[in-house]
Design a protein around this ligand. Structure first.
Ligand code: ADP
Length: 659
């Protein structure tokens, strides 16, 4: 404010210097026909019918001052002109805008400077020539445009001083719209002045034309305003909908509400319950959110909860009395000079209120049009805040799900660890029992004891394989299995497995054969033990679920999109698996026939372990076939190959037979 006062004094000083007798020389040829007092109400009227032109972010006030200015320049002595100008315009401001304090002083000094410089320029160009000559018109045009230029520059300086930043856009807009309006008004005023001198009886007719012009002009302005308002709201919607996080949306709502309403402060108030609110506002350009306890206090903006926009005006508005600068930063609870508040629609069950306080320097108080704009703004803000809330809810839900998933994973890991520990603990005494039973076999036993021992060993063996499966499964699940890679002979490995299962195949009357396709590498690198475990399981299953016919193991290379490896296919002519079961048999404890009366023994863990191991080795396992037509299990492993293909065992196929 101090700077504004300084500017005011400087302008008044310059105006006084110019207007002092002697500086503004008395023009000899002026036509002092009109009494200067007659122009005072004209200047006052011009100030009252000020028209605001809204542009992108600002609104510029344009008076019809050019008309009395032209008449004054043409018919009055310079000092009379300055006096009539300042007096009339100040009366207009006090009556229409009830303006007092710094704003009034600033404007008075500005009027004085405008009038003095305008008169100086006019008479300097006119040099006593006829006011209605071409020189006279030029002098008027220059003087009036100069006046508008000074006005735009002073207002821009004042805004820049109060906002502590130069806004070139304001100056540009003011000049653009200001000079166009000033030019039209000056031409009309020159017509009036000419008629006053040439044919005063035609003045009423001209009055009608001027009134019609003003009506048309105002109509155009209101259309223009509507358009500008729509544009501003559109920008608001656009910005809030492109915001990502809830905080960003709240920040945009607060920032844009203050900017659009030309308010010094804006608050978004969220009601947590009947007494507590959360208030978001911009402090030093950063979003600050704080909780407030209303504790029964009443605030002017609370009335907006009833549904309507509330307009607040302190009894001592700045127009009447300059409000003393508050000791500390004003807050939501401090009483503003003026303010608007509206509850947000579309805010769901939570209640929100949008509050803007105190107009910035260049604006008058909030008018009824501002209330309309604010209402629309609140409606859009409601939608934006609702969106912010649902984004926030989704984020909270995602967080909950994440922690639930972490907890479930931890529980599952703990379960696997427990299973692994238990299986290990059970296996140790079990192997001792089996070892003891083997020792018992070598002692003198009668027939019954022999049979019981055999049963003991059989059940013990099954139990041991079950415990080992469990141990394997839980170890892999809890991530405690490591692979030991080394080079091994692939055909030899397959042959060993087939050879080991041959006696069983023979017993069941089945054909068991294997073959290796030419081109398959012989020496490969991988974890032989794990490959054996998977292949053994597949061959065991194939023999178990095949009542007649045979089982065939095929080994061949594969190459898919640059992925290379070895494919081990175990095909049988057994009972087969239907499509639905094929999708689930790789899950732990899944069996096609899960009933207690099932024909085939087993735990349902074998294929789950096979799948886990295959994936651990970077490969896949799959099944195909149909009930009654046998099953084909395909194990694909990226076993890295020795460049030299198998030679010794590359004979097309080798049959190891049954019967
Ligand atoms: P288990 O054999 O111990 O029951 P697995 O995990 O090895 O457990 O197999 C799961 C189920 O998949 C078996 O119970 C069986 O129903 C089905 N299955 C596995 N291999 C074959 C096969 N070669 N032919 C038909 N069914 C099979």
């Amino acid at each position: 404010m101090k700077l504004i006062w300084l500017l005011t004094v400087a302008m008044a000083g310059v105006a006084a210097l110019i207007a002092l007798p002697g500086v503004l020389a008395e023009p000899g040829a002026a036509v002092p026909d009109l009494t200067w007092l007659a122009l005072v109400p004209l200047f006052a009227l011009a100030e009252v019918v000020v028209v605001h032109l809204p542009t992108q972010r600002n609104a510029h006030g344009h008076t019809l001052r050019e008309i009395p200015a032209v008449l004054g320049l043409t018919f009055l002595m310079p000092q009379q002109y300055v006096t009539a100008y300042v007096l009339g315009a100040v009366v207009g401001l006090v009556v229409a805008a009830r303006m007092r304090g710094a704003k009034l002083a600033f404007n008075t000094a500005l009027f004085a400077l405008e009038a003095a410089l305008g008169a100086l320029a006019y008479h300097a160009i006119l040099q006593g020539a006829d006011p209605l000559s071409l020189t006279g018109w030029m002098a008027v045009l220059v003087a009036v445009l100069l006046t508008d230029l000074i006005s735009a520059a002073a207002v821009t300086t004042a805004i820049s001083l109060t906002e502590r930043a130069f806004d070139g856009e304001v100056l540009h807009e003011a000049l653009r719209w200001g000079s166009a309006a000033a030019f039209i008004n000056t031409c009309v005023a020159l017509l009036v002045a000419t008629l006053v001198l040439v044919q005063p009886s035609a003045l009423p007719l001209l009055g009608v034309v001027v009134v019609l012009l003003v009506i048309g002009y105002r109509h155009y302005i209101s259309l223009f305003r509507g358009h500008a308002r729509t544009q501003l709201l559109y920008r608001f919607v656009d910005r809030t909908s492109s915001a990502g996080s809830p905080e960003e949306i709240v920040e945009i709502v607060v920032r844009e509400a203050a900017a659009l309403m030309h308010a010094e402060r804006a608050y978004l108030v969220e009601f947590l319950d009947d007494h507590r609110v959360r208030c978001s506002s911009l402090v030093h350009d950063t979003l600050r959110t704080e909780s407030l306890d209303l504790g029964g206090q009443s605030a002017w903006w609370l009335r907006s909860l009833d549904g309507d926009v509330v307009r607040h005006e302190s009894p001592g508005r700045p127009g009447h009395r300059e409000a003393p600068a508050p000791a500390q930063e004003p807050t939501l609870m401090s009483v503003p000079r003026e303010g608007l508040a509206a509850s947000l629609r579309g805010g769901g069950s939570t209640r929100y209120v949008l509050v803007v306080c105190d107009r910035t320097f260049e604006k008058e108080s909030f008018g009824s049009e501002d209330v309309q704009v604010f209402e629309a703004l609140a409606a859009h803000a409601g939608v934006a805040v609702e969106r912010a809330r649902s984004v926030g809810d989704l984020e909270a839900l995602a967080e909950q799900l994440e922690s639930a998933r972490d907890a479930a994973l931890a529980a599952s890991n703990a379960k696997s660890m427990f299973l692994a520990n238990m299986s290990h603990e059970i296996r140790t005494p079990l192997t001792t029992v089996l070892a003891a039973s083997e020792l018992l076999e070598d002692t003198e036993l009668d027939e019954l004891q022999g049979k019981l021992l055999e049963r003991l060993q059989l059940s013990g063996g099954l139990l041991l394989s079950l415990v080992e499966s469990l141990l394997d499964f839980s170890r892999i699940e809890s991530g405690h299995t490591t692979l030991h890679e080394a080079e091994f002979d692939l055909p030899a490995m397959v042959r060993d497995i087939v050879d080991a299962s041959l006696p069983r195949a023979r017993r069941q009357g089945l054909v068991l054969e294997w073959a290796m396709e030419p081109g398959t590498p012989r020496l490969v690198t991988g974890d032989r033990t794990r490959v054996v475990q998977v292949l053994n399981n597949l061959v065991d299953n194939a023999l178990k679920f095949t009542p007649h016919g045979g089982v065939r193991v095929d080994v061949r290379p594969y190459c898919d999109d640059g992925d290379r490896g070895v494919q081990l296919v175990v095909a049988d002519t057994g009972i087969g698996i239907d499509q639905d079961d094929q999708a689930t048999i790789f899950e732990a404890f899944r069996q096609v026939d899960g009933s207690s009366t099932r024909q085939y023994a087993g735990t349902g863990l074998g294929l789950a372990i096979c799948k886990q191991l295959a994936e651990l080795m970077g490969g896949t396992i799959s099944v195909s076939g149909a009930p009654g037509e046998g099953s084909t299990f395909t194990l694909r492993l990226p076993l890295t190959a020795d460049p030299a293909p198998a030679a010794a065992d590359s004979d097309p196929s080798r049959q190891v037979a049954a019967h």
